[in-house]
Design a protein around this ligand. Structure first.
Ligand SMILES: Nc1ncnc2c1ncn2[C@@H]1O[C@H](COP(=O)(O)OP(=O)(O)OP(=O)(O)O)[C@@H](O)[C@H]1O
Length: 262
């Protein structure tokens, strides 16, 4: 096992998070933490609040109650830009790529936050801007190699099968060199072979780059196989939290998945 894989201290601590949309309580008093380098899954039946939780973490929604401690500091006034700038990248349930652009250019857009020179500076100081561009290209090419998509680097995304589009989306998130990678249903709609590939890449990202991963996934086999710890939501409340074995034997979790009335 690679040294990067050693699970470290708490990097993200969510304390008593509550979020409501008008009268709909999407999240009620949810607390859990995420440790450095771990793979942390959020599971739960439809409408349980999983996406809302991810949206709170990356600043799309601001909870009405609760605290978010990231790297030891309480986060205030978070928005998606600030979250991305602070090292939190994400992929979406529905692919959000520029369909007409090539794989290479899509992944390059993931470097935006890392770019120092703006357009004016690029015009005046062509040399440094060009050096920066070369460095970004190198990074993007290394991600393309890592994800084994060299053969499609110049292909427009719209021409790719679904599984490969999901891989490109992962590539774009990785281009930001995130500390925490949020994956919203990374295997949704995939066939068995595509799922196996995606599992391998997620484990490799975690292992080789040491990236902390928080993922929502409906495929229980996958979740139990690759996660270090799992938090379970149901109707916006936390009903379980622990290792896959602990969660699997938790009666509240079993009831929620079997649809037992509360
Ligand atoms: N923008 C919104 N406006 C109003 N209600 C919302 C909004 N987003 C989510 N909700 C509601 O909050 C609750 C939790 O939804 P959320 O999408 O977080 O669940 P989920 O566990 O991700 O579900 P799924 O597995 O179906 O994607 C649901 O009742 C949903 O209808």
């Amino acid at each position: 096992m690679n040294d990067n894989r050693k699970i470290g201290n708490v990097i993200l601590d969510l304390q008593h998070i509550s979020l409501a949309f008008g009268g709909v309580k999407a999240l009620t008093d949810i607390s859990f933490d995420v440790r450095e380098h771990e793979i942390r899954a959020i599971i739960g039946p439809n409408g349980a609040g999983k996406s809302s939780m991810l949206n709170v973490i990356n600043g799309v929604y601001r909870p009405q109650q609760g605290k978010i401690i990231y790297r030891g500091e309480e986060r205030h006034d978070m928005n998606t830009y600030a979250a991305a700038k602070s090292g939190i990248a994400r992929t979406f349930q529905n692919i959000a790529l520029f369909k007409g652009m090539t794989v290479l250019d899509n992944i390059m857009t993931g470097r935006n936050l890392k770019m120092q020179t703006n357009f004016l500076l690029q015009a005046i100081y062509w040399g440094p801007a060009q050096r920066e561009e070369i460095a970004h290209r190198k990074k993007v090419e290394s991600i393309i190699d890592f994800l084994e998509i060299q053969h499609i680097r110049k292909t427009p995304v719209s021409r790719l099968p679904y599984g490969l589009q999901k891989r490109v989306e992962l590539g774009r998130a990785l281009a930001a060199e995130p500390e925490i990678l949020l994956l919203d249903e990374p295997m949704a709609g995939m066939n068995v072979e595509e799922k196996q590939d995606m599992c391998r890449f997620i484990l490799d990202v975690n292992d080789q780059f040491g990236t902390t991963i928080v993922l929502i996934e409906h495929d229980m086999g996958v979740v139990m196989d690759i996660s270090d710890r799992v938090v379970v939501l149901d109707y916006g409340k936390k009903i379980g939290d622990g290792t896959p074995e602990e969660v699997r034997s938790n009666q509240d979790v079993i009831n929620a998945y079997l649809g037992v009335a509360h």
